[in-house]
Design a binder for this molecule. Structure first.
Ligand code: HEC
Ligand code: HEC
Ligand code: HEC
Ligand code: HEC
Length: 449
């Protein structure tokens, strides 16, 4: 055999070999072992001390162990997957993003967090730093390629480490890298998480501002204990919905009336302008099925009496989901919970008539669901896009009981990760349903006698 044929053949074998190795998404289930990944404590105890401490505080480190994640996975997703063949894949699939090592090791379902197994490492250092790319054109549903081993991929050329090889990877610096877990499609082919797609369609992508620029902000620091200080040490903060400080101020709120002086019985129209100055995607994003962002407007007269102003209807399709109401929802939780006649629980748990900025997820029967994997369709997308301004009006007839003198009208925007009725019903610690004030503004009118 000629030399070049041997060479070509072995090159062919090598490339088919690695093609077999490289599996992404559902196909990667069970193709790796826990032992192939280094533990975060190994990376962080003596070398990457700062990054380790930051990561430990982030949701990435708790993606499998966090109480709400445990409840949703073990109480709802796993039993649902065992009953309904259409969603059977989520029993393994949730962990493709929440604890990739367990998924890649084929550990389905992994031991509960209390067992303290390696599944608890969640989205660990070595999970991210051995991702080399993704399959297809769109990053979603954990379609990353995981190639664990001695080589760790980073953003820098020529980084030297005593404990592993390093290789520069442009992929880790892209938004697509994040998108492999931050975009999700349900078994019904509906986008139930689209943070990366929202970003891509918005102004920040055009300007080259990536996820990393807002969630891993760079500052002066050391990449490892013994390396020199650099100016661009990318902080492993990953702060988002669980950091009230990150959420606060996301939207600027301004309110103004169409008249300043008014008598009881007359009508005033107040307009609220809401400007999204802070997020690179929509607000809310990510787990939109369970986020509540709402606008509450209240007037207080000279005697301290308070009046709640309901928002004016705009008349778009699906608007009923965007105005807080006492309706029942989330009936599909009855399937995994073995409650065949379950009537549902209160949808919103906030003052009726307030405007909600949300993307309602609907189950196959058209009822609102927080089980994002059971989403067959969505009603209107009424969230606030990056740098978008939404205007809401409140037309109000001043009641006869209103005291003469100054009347203050206050507009407040609130944020809640999980509707309180859902938290109560499922026994999720109430801190998940903590109400955060995003922003507020007030204006004054004069009530004439
Ligand atoms: C969610 C994925 C993710 C996790 C988890 C993660 N990293 Fe990173 N890491 C990144 C990204 C992305 C960058 C590069 C940031 C950029 O280019 O904007 C980075 C950069 C780094 C760098 C700097 C590389 C350089 O040359 O500037 C080091 C060192 C590092 N990470 C170590 C760690 C350690 C240690 C842990 C665990 C404690 C960890 N990372 C967890 C995604 C991750
Ligand atoms: C291997 C999958 C994976 C990759 C890759 C990944 N993430 Fe995540 N990320 C998750 C999961 C899962 C959570 C949810 C943790 C939880 O709340 O259970 C999360 C949470 C977050 C949060 C916290 C949101 C909150 O609720 O507070 C931020 C911010 C975030 N990721 C940003 C990023 C950025 C930026 C990148 C890219 C540099 C990235 N992620 C890459 C899986 C991933
Ligand atoms: C211009 C800055 C900016 C960019 C770019 C950006 N984000 Fe965010 N992100 C924010 C802010 C501010 C918040 C907090 C408000 C909120 O929860 O939406 C946030 C929230 C989040 C959350 C929590 C969302 C929720 O409501 O639960 C996730 C997850 C997240 N970002 C991931 C990403 C990913 C992935 C990318 C890139 C595709 C990205 N972000 C790009 C600023 C940014
Ligand atoms: C494609 C990746 C992916 C898959 C698959 C996935 N998740 Fe997530 N999950 C995420 C990311 C990313 C976040 C964080 C989004 C945010 O903060 O808004 C998240 C957040 C969550 C949260 C926390 C919400 C909160 O309030 O912070 C729970 C609970 C959860 N997922 C459960 C599940 C369950 C159960 C499944 C399977 C049915 C699942 N996830 C499948 C990526 C995924």
């Amino acid at each position: 055999m000629k030399y070049w044929t041997v060479f070509a053949l072995s090159a062919l074998l090598l490339s088919t070999g690695s093609a077999q190795q490289k599996k992404a998404g559902d196909e990667a289930l069970g193709t790796r072992m826990y032992d192939q990944f280094d533990k975060p404590a190994f990376c962080g105890t003596s070398c990457h001390i700062d990054f380790y401490r930051q990561w430990q505080q982030s949701m990435m480190a708790q993606a499998y162990t966090h109480h709400w994640d445990e409840i949703e996975y073990f109480k709802l997703a796993v039993p649902h997957a065992e009953k309904d063949p259409k969603v059977a894949g989520v029993k393994a699939g949730c962990n493709g993003c929440h604890t990739p090592m367990a998924f890649l090791a084929g550990d389905v379902p992994p031991p509960r967090p209390e067992a303290n197994s390696r599944a608890n490492e969640s989205v660990s250092c070595d999970v991210c730093h051995t991702i080399t790319g993704f399959s297809g054109d769109t990053p979603y549903n954990f379609n990353y390629y995981s190639e664990p081993g001695r080589t760790k991929f980073g953003r820098r050329e020529g980084a030297v480490s005593p404990s592993h090889e390093t290789r520069k990877s442009d992929f880790i610096t892209t938004a697509e890298f994040c998108g492999t877990c931050h975009n999700e499609k349900s078994p019904y082919d509906v986008w139930v998480k689209s943070t990366h797609l929202e970003w891509k369609a918005g102004p920040y992508a055009r300007e080259g501002v990536r996820c990393q620029d807002c969630h891993m902000t760079k500052g002066e620091g050391r990449l490892a204990a013994l390396t020199p200080v650099v100016e661009d040490a990318w902080q492993h903060l990953f702060h988002g919905a669980h950091d009230p400080g990150k959420v606060r101020g996301t939207i600027e709120v301004r309110i103004h009336p169409d008249v300043r002086e008014i008598e009881p019985g007359e009508r005033v129209k107040l307009t609220v302008a809401l400007f999204n100055q802070k997020t690179g995607h929509k607000f809310p994003s990510g787990s939109a099925e369970e986020r509540l962002v709402w606008l509450h407007v209240e007037a207080t007269d000279a005697k301290g009496r308070a009046y709640h102003l309901p928002v004016d209807k705009k008349g778009f399709a699906g608007e009923e989901f965007t105005i807080a109401a006492n309706t029942l929802a989330y009936q599909d939780m009855g399937i995994p919970l073995n409650l065949p006649d379950f009537q549902g629980i209160q949808r919103d748990g906030i003052p009726e008539g307030d405007r909600i900025f949300r993307l309602p997820y609907l189950d196959p029967q058209g009822r609102m669901t927080i089980m994002q994997w059971n989403t067959a369709s969505q009603a209107t997308d009424y969230r606030i896009g990056p740098r978008e301004t939404k205007l809401e009006t409140f037309t109000w007839t001043v009641p006869a009981t209103c005291a003469p003198g100054p009347l203050t009208v206050k507009a407040t925007m609130y944020y809640q990760k999980l509707p309180a009725p859902v938290a109560e019903f499922l026994g999720v610690p109430m801190e998940e349903a903590e109400r955060i004030e995003v922003n507020m503004h007030s204006t004054q009118l004069n009530i004439l006698p």
